[in-house]
Write a protein that binds this ligand. Structure first.
Ligand code: ATP
Length: 274
């Protein structure tokens, strides 16, 4: 599962500085996370504890990065799962997997001497889709278990648990998930604007030798509607073109070729799914 993958990744932490663009989303997220950090004050004022944050937006815009940075920012242990992992699980297995995940989050937090844990669930729409008229009920137990666990989170609890979930289909979510005390904070993680794209290109150019003629600025200009994930691909593909050319530096033409390649790749993907 992706939680295992996330655990073995190194270095084990990622900060908000590693995320390009997304200023508004980062600020909104930090503001929300302060509720987790300042839990004593929150409790004294009788404010409801923050239990869930929903990240919405197109694929590849950095939602997973946001969750990882959130864990570092709040000094929490990080665990991750994807809604798609629950597909084709036998009835009851999904629910017990959710139960185990919460248990493990608390155990790990205690073991690692941390006050909180963040559980990230990508593709939440797979288990949290609308429960309309008895259709698609195969994930009901899984969703119910998630809601039960979230209802069981109290401020006094130590370690505290925060659920972050991501979806690119918010309108599909069951309203039970969006009720106060559940995922009541929503943060939009949109496609980056030109400035954001340049920031992301710079982040992914850090460990790459760029030629003097390389103009990331013009690449940012050309890549309207690209996601962060696609921009990361552009930098990677450009390096591959440089290697094929046997040049020690990544030149502007390699970058341009890479933009075309990533753009074409998207087109053929779309064509084949038509
Ligand atoms: P999905 O919804 O498809 O799971 P996501 O929004 O969770 O996507 P991530 O998994 O966070 O996207 O991003 C995928 C990869 O794309 C990252 O590992 C990173 O290399 C790159 N990337 C995406 N967004 C950004 C960003 N804002 N800054 C830097 N890199 C980014």
């Amino acid at each position: 599962g992706s939680d295992r993958k996330a655990r073995s990744q190194s270095p084990s932490y990622l900060t908000f500085d590693d995320i390009g663009g997304q200023h508004r989303a980062k600020n909104e997220l930090k503001e929300a996370l302060d509720f987790l950090i300042k839990h004593e004050e929150i409790k004294k004022l009788g404010i409801r504890p923050l239990k869930g944050i929903l990240l919405t937006g197109p694929p590849g815009t950095g939602k997973t990065l946001m969750a990882k940075a959130a864990a570092h920012y709040t000094n929490s242990v990080f665990m991750a799962a994807s809604g798609s992992e629950f597909v084709e699980m036998y009835v009851g297995v999904g629910a017990s997997r959710i139960r185990d995940m919460f248990k493990e989050a608390r155990t790990r937090a205690v073991k690692e001497n941390k006050e909180s844990a963040i559980i990230f669930i990508d593709e939440i729409d797979v288990i949290g889709g609308k429960r309309d008229g008895g259709q698609h009920r195969e994930y009901d137990q899984t969703l119910n278990q998630l809601l039960t666990e979230m209802d069981g989170i109290h401020t006094a609890d130590s370690p505290r648990v925060l659920i972050m979930a991501a979806t690119n289909r918010k309108e599909m979510l069951d309203s039970a998930l969006l009720r106060p005390g559940r995922f009541d904070r929503h943060i939009e993680v949109d496609l980056p604007d030109k400035k954001g794209r340049l920031h992301i290109l710079n982040i992914h150019a850090k460990n790459k030798p760029l030629a003097a003629d390389a103009q990331l600025e013009s690449i940012a200009e050309e890549t309207f509607h690209f996601s962060g994930a696609q921009l990361e691909s552009v930098m990677n593909e450009a390096a591959i073109y440089a290697m094929r050319d046997e040049t020690p530096f990544i030149e502007q033409r390699h970058l341009s070729q890479a933009v075309d390649k990533v753009m074409m790749g998207e087109k053929t993907d779309r064509e084949s799914t038509k």
